[in-house]
Unconditional design. Structure first.
Ligand code: FES
Length: 169
């Protein structure tokens, strides 16, 4: 992922949000929102993944490290995942990651997981607008200085993995 550049409109803060959208549902819903001419905040940069279960916690930590203020994950509704249980895996990882982010001093509103089917273009609009507002209120993400910045995500992922092993996830 390339470095995300900071942007602002006037003196106001414009959050940069990275969206990891499942190809089969949320990505298609975002497309539908576009073709239906639903307008929503332009703050989300969408990355398509084949399933929300493909999301490695590393991707989210990398997004933050490279300048994102928030990360939005969109997946198929429970029971609708094209790979059976990918979204269940995504939910478990998301829950663990939020715990980890809290210990790092990162507000939990900065990561959001939503189930959005291909027909829910209006939900894409609502979720993006809500999240943009929430993060605008929080302000830019200011990660504390990290002595060995290059190693941070790896260490963090190890912590998520070790929590996962302890809890059997
Ligand atoms: S295929 Fe969409 S979440 Fe798995």
């Amino acid at each position: 992922m390339s470095e995300v550049s900071k942007s602002s409109s006037g003196n106001g803060f414009e959050p940069r949000i990275v969206g990891f959208f499942c190809n089969w549902c949320t990505y298609t819903a975002a497309d539908l929102a576009g073709t239906s001419r639903l307008t929503y905040a332009p703050n989300v940069r969408v990355l398509r993944v084949m399933c929300s279960g493909r999301l490695d916690p590393q991707f989210i930590l990398d997004a933050f490290r490279k300048g994102a203020d928030g990360v939005l994950i969109g997946g198929c509704h429970p029971g609708d995942c094209h790979y059976q249980a990918g979204n269940h895996k995504a939910l478990r990882r998301y829950t663990l990651l939020k715990r980890l982010l809290k210990t790092m001093g990162i507000e939990e509103e900065r990561v959001r997981l939503e189930w959005i089917s291909a027909s829910e273009g209006d939900k894409v609009q609502r979720v993006i607008n809500e999240m943009t507002e929430d993060i605008r209120r929080l302000g830019p993400l200011r990660l504390p200085p990290i002595p060995h910045a290059g190693r941070m995500p790896g260490e963090a992922v190890e912590r998520v993995s070790s929590i996962g092993q302890e809890t059997g996830l």
